[in-house]
Design a protein around this ligand. Structure first.
Ligand code: ADP
Ligand code: MG
Ligand code: ZN
Length: 607
């Protein structure tokens, strides 16, 4: 049963319904408000909180999807205070746990955790409290590892259960349970035993990130029953989104000047694909006068903690990180998040960019996009030992959707992201938001769609022909189609092909965009292999190649002001030496851009 989405959450003060019937159904209401005011010191509920608490207190399993900072904790902390027995909270990170427990104890709400840093003597006291006839701990926090691996913990939970003192399970960051979540943690999977072992104990699942796929998966794994789902709008109206095509080797300079001009002394996060990229970008930025430091899983815990702490305390402003940085980061005044490379899914992008603007102030998300980065990421996924082979296709599909997101210059960025989170979003909200409009909404009037079906057919045929004898890159195909006279093409006699030069009237980027579109439509397919030190992305015909020539599928791409500007920039950068033709010049730039982005990475690293 889905309890419906309330779009555009407005602060909701007090109960909507004061009727006799309501009071009968929820007899705890009065006490609940008392606890809200007296214990938690809060005046009103935020949207959905009361409904969630009511559902939980009437023994429903709950699935709560709320943006970070939305107030999910209260949804289980308050019921824990109203019910006899102990609420067990499973949370993935020790840092998050001790933070929560400290906060609760400060409010005089008896809570504890059993993470590995608890001293033996303290641990004994906690166990004693839990074993009392009426346990005097209301909330007990555990990591999933502890929950499934410690015999002592398991015995204690069993004992609570047998004595009828196990009030409920709370699983925070529940998306970690699903392979399809952006942050899968194998330990979470073990939680599937909860329902079998403690069948009547209700479960509350909380997350700020779950697609329909993840919701279904979680509900399945945990055997949720009698479930109520609560979803709050995920739109982040104070974040402005922009996707910027990477143009030549200027990316570092562009990032630097962006930060200098717009975010002087403001906090920001830059996400990179791998450790080496982080180190390099942090160095480059420092050289350009921006205090930036790297953060990734290759650093010791101590150094990472230090980086994180000093960034939180504004001792430096820009942190250049892999996706290892993020979960549980709760810095309210992050003004920008830059993606230096493509994220692995739309959901991951939403989550990562969403670390900006927790305080509600205007904030910015910039994604520097190059199609080749997707190839590198694909390769990393293939070689990542933590990625289950069976789910690889699913991950590729997610990446594919992210590529579509970046290639899309037509649809509203908010609409596209929220669609992935299962929310229908009215574009008008973005179009009406003045300065905070996304890039595509800003550009909506500036481009026109052109029909390139003929070109697309020729290009797919060209790819198919050329790949009979060798691997080809998109750039190479685009050059042949454009009619370039570079040596490589002449040497290979590709100028003899019947479609050579047919695309001379098109921009090279537009040819590439047609090729990308063909890949997205699975008429072509791409793959990545290493040539010496560099991963190279090639294309060949895809699963739908054969049907394309017979179908009446039309291919159109938007050709617009933004794109033309980007192309002009690429050409200008390379034009200072008069090359044989603009085609070679552009190619040089593109290739060097490519190399810059292709620092060799160890593919077995945890990011
Ligand atoms: P989430 O887990 O959803 O990211 P938290 O539960 O950590 O969010 O809450 C975020 C902040 O919002 C906390 O500082 C919390 O005290 C505050 N908060 C939660 N509910 C309310 C409320 N009803 N009124 C005012 N502040 C609230
Ligand atoms: Mg939380
Ligand atoms: Zn928009």
């Amino acid at each position: 049963q889905i309890l419906d989405v309330s779009l555009n959450s407005v602060s909701f003060s007090g109960r909507k319904d004061n009727s006799e019937e309501f009071r009968k159904k929820y007899p705890h209401t009065e006490v609940m408000y008392e606890v809200l005011h007296q214990k938690f010191g809060l005046r009103h509920f935020r949207p959905h909180q009361e409904e969630i608490i009511n559902a939980s207190l009437t023994q429903h399993d709950c699935f709560v999807l709320m943006p970070t900072g939305g107030g999910k904790s209260l949804c289980y902390q308050l019921p824990a205070m109203l019910m006899p027995g102990v609420t067990i909270v499973i949370s993935p990170l020790r840092a998050l746990i001790s933070d929560q427990v400290d906060k609760l104890n400060a409010l005089d709400i008896p809570s504890a955790h059993l993470c590995s840093d608890v001293k033996k003597a303290d641990e004994e006291i906690i166990y004693q409290k839990l074993h009392m006839r009426e346990p005097i701990i209301k909330l007990l926090y555990l990591t999933p590892e502890k929950m499934v691996a410690s015999a002592k913990v398991i015995d204690m939970i069993k004992s609570l259960y047998q004595r009828g003192k196990l009030a409920r399970f709370v699983i925070d960051e529940v998306h970690c349970l699903s392979q399809w979540g952006h942050d899968f943690r194998p330990d979470y999977k073990q939680l599937s035993s909860l329902r079998k072992l403690y069948s009547e104990v209700p479960i509350i699942c909380l997350t700020a990130t779950a697609t329909k796929q993840v919701q279904g998966d979680v509900s399945n794994i945990l055997s949720l029953k009698n479930i109520k789902t609560f979803i709050r709008s995920f739109n982040r109206p104070n974040i402005k989104y922009k996707v910027i095509p990477k143009a030549g080797k200027k990316v570092v300079e562009e990032v630097a000047s962006l930060i200098k001009s717009k975010f002087y002394r403001k906090s920001g996060i830059i996400y990179c694909l791998c450790r080496a990229d982080c180190e390099k970008l942090a160095d480059d930025l420092s050289r350009l006068g921006i205090k930036a430091r790297a953060y990734h899983a290759g650093m010791s815990d101590k150094i990472r903690e230090k980086q994180q702490r000093e960034w939180m305390q504004d001792q430096f402003h820009v942190i250049v990180a892999t996706i290892a940085f993020g979960m549980g980061i709760d810095k309210p005044d992050v003004r920008f998040v830059i993606h230096n490379s493509i994220p692995k899914s739309v959901e991951a992008f939403y989550q990562e960019s969403g670390r900006a603007g927790r305080d509600g102030e205007p904030s910015y998300s910039y994604l520097f996009y190059a199609y080749t980065d997707a190839g590198r990421l694909k390769r990393l996924m293939q070689m990542d030992r933590n990625v289950n082979r069976n789910t690889l296709d699913g991950h590729f599909e997610n990446l594919h959707q992210m590529v579509s997101f970046c290639e899309n210059t037509v649809d509203c960025r908010r609409y596209l992201q929220l669609m992935h989170l299962g929310e229908k979003f009215d574009r008008k909200i973005c179009m009406d938001s003045k300065d905070m409009m996304c890039d595509n909404c800003e550009n909506v009037a500036k481009f026109k769609l052109s029909d390139v079906t003929k070109e697309a057919r020729e290009l797919s045929q060209l790819v198919n022909d050329l790949t009979r004898t060798e691997n080809v890159t998109m750039l190479h195909v685009a050059d042949v189609y454009k009619g370039s006279k570079v040596k490589k093409i002449l040497d290979k006699r590709h100028d003899q092909h019947r479609f050579y030069g047919n695309g001379s009237g098109l921009d090279r980027t537009d040819i590439q965009r047609i090729l990308v579109d063909l890949v997205l439509k699975k008429i072509l397919t791409d793959f990545c292999t290493y040539t010496g030190d560099f991963p190279v992305v090639y294309i060949k015909s895809g699963p739908k190649f054969n049907t394309f020539s017979q179908s009446d599928l039309k291919i159109s791409i938007p050709i617009g002001a933004a794109k033309v500007a980007a192309v002009a920039k690429v050409v200008k950068v390379s034009d200072d030496s008069p090359g044989p033709s603009t085609s070679t010049a552009t190619k040089t730039v593109a290739v060097s851009n490519y190399k810059i982005n292709c620092i060799r990475v160890s593919c077995h690293e945890e990011l």
